[in-house]
Design a protein around this ligand. Structure first.
Ligand SMILES: Cc1ncc(COP(=O)(O)O)c(C=O)c1O
Length: 382
């Protein structure tokens, strides 16, 4: 039995072309890009090329991209960096209750340091309301940080509108776009966003590499000190092989955005219609917004069955799916995202996330959906 991987929102397999692009930086081109000799210069030239090609794909200037160790570091860098650079001593942040922990935990840390954080609530669809952001803005608001696509339910936030609001109030706007890259068109040349976090491993790139985009007028205090890399904004010898892989993943994935959306929509449709046929449309609930969502993430609840039992049975049957919840001391906590969406307990306690990507086929999705339906039927009768 070949296992079926439906957890692409957690991480993705590395694309063969990505691996190929990375290998030379573990062999022939091992020089330190900060070295002035020919070995270093060769790596530096390659690094510049990767930054240029990524910037071109994203519609920004190469100097506006800082390479990091991933989405988590980019989020931390954006949040601490903007607040530490605030000369007026503004100490208020606006974010949402459904952010990734890589935003929520830095915010909690800031609260312990005397900052105030407004965690906006969301609609049951996972959407935030622009009016709520507007109402939360204060004279001392130093940053708005809102994710583009939610990693658990796939809901897309109205980033452009929020950006215009933030610009009109001259408040820096950070967007965690880790789940949006490769799923939605991102044009940093036109999007009113000041900082954007990206990660390679969600788009068939390597783990442990990411980027933070910074707009021209945004001032950021570095939070890693040492060498002068990344224009003194992030010290440390660059992960050249990782960056080579990230650039290749962007190059391979971004032009295929539309076909990837269509394919994911087809997978989603197959999964849902199989469940409708097998279980009846009344017996499961799709979480998230019906239209404002990426098709790659499908979060479904099966009231009466627990997430943990479902995931375990799926795994035994060779289907890898996920819950958004963290596993603490052997049991699953209810997801903070579903809780913030104010869904009933039987919905939050039975939610499973399926996420589609490279390597998935129609046959796999049909098979996974059949297995899922059989498991749900069995669990409901025992
Ligand atoms: C929305 C979101 N932000 C941030 C991260 C963290 O990214 P990384 O794993 O590259 O640190 C993730 C990863 O799951 C994510 O989904």
């Amino acid at each position: 039995m070949n296992p079926i991987y439906l957890d692409h929102a957690a991480t993705t397999p590395v694309h063969p072309e990505v691996l190929e692009a990375m290998l030379p930086f573990y062999t022939a081109f091992f020089g330190n890009p900060s070295s002035t000799h020919s070995f270093g210069r060769a790596t530096r030239t390659a690094l510049n090329r990767f930054r240029d090609s990524m910037a071109l794909s994203l519609g920004c200037l190469p100097a506006q991209l800082i390479f990091t160790s991933g989405g988590t570091e980019s989020n931390n860098m954006a949040i601490f960096g903007v607040l530490n650079a605030n000369k007026q001593g503004k100490k208020h942040i606006i974010t949402t209750q459904i952010e990734h922990h890589a935003v929520l935990h830095p915010c909690e840390r800031l609260e312990s340091l005397g900052y105030e954080v407004t965690y906006l609530s969301v609609e049951p669809t996972g959407l935030i309301q622009i009016a709520d952001i507007e109402a939360a803005i204060r004279p001392e608001t130093a940053l708005i940080s809102i994710m583009y696509v939610n990693n658990e339910v796939g809901t897309i936030q109205p980033i452009e509108q929020i950006g215009h609001l933030a610009r009109s109030r001259q408040i820096p706007f950070h967007v965690d776009a880790v789940q949006a890259l490769g799923k939605l068109p991102l044009n940093l040349g036109t999007l009113p966003v000041d900082l954007m976090s990206l990660s390679a491993h969600k788009i068939n790139g390597p783990k442990g590499v990411g980027a933070l985009y910074i707009s021209k007028n945004t001032i950021l205090m570095p939070h890693i000190f040492g060498g002068s890399q990344e224009r003194k904004r992030r010290a440390g010898t660059e992960n050249v092989a990782g960056i080579a892989g990230f650039a290749k993943a962007v190059e391979v994935n971004l032009p295929k955005l539309e076909s990837s959306q269509l394919k994911a929509a087809e997978f989603r449709q197959i999964m849902v219609s199989t469940l409708e046929q097998q279980l009846g449309s009344e017996s499961f609930i799709i979480n998230g917004h019906k239209e404002q969502c990426i098709p790659h993430i499908l979060n479904i609840s099966f009231p009466g069955v627990t997430t943990e039992t479902l995931l375990m049975n799926l795994d035994l049957d060779g289907v890898a799916a996920a819950s958004g919840s963290a596993c603490t001391s052997g049991s699953l906590e209810v997801s903070h995202v579903l809780k913030a969406m104010k869904l009933p307990e039987n919905v939050t306690a039975s939610a499973v996330r399926f996420s589609f990507g490279m390597g998935n086929s129609i046959e796999q999705i049909e098979s996974a959906a059949q297995k899922l339906a059989t498991i749900v039927k069995r669990l409901r009768t025992t």
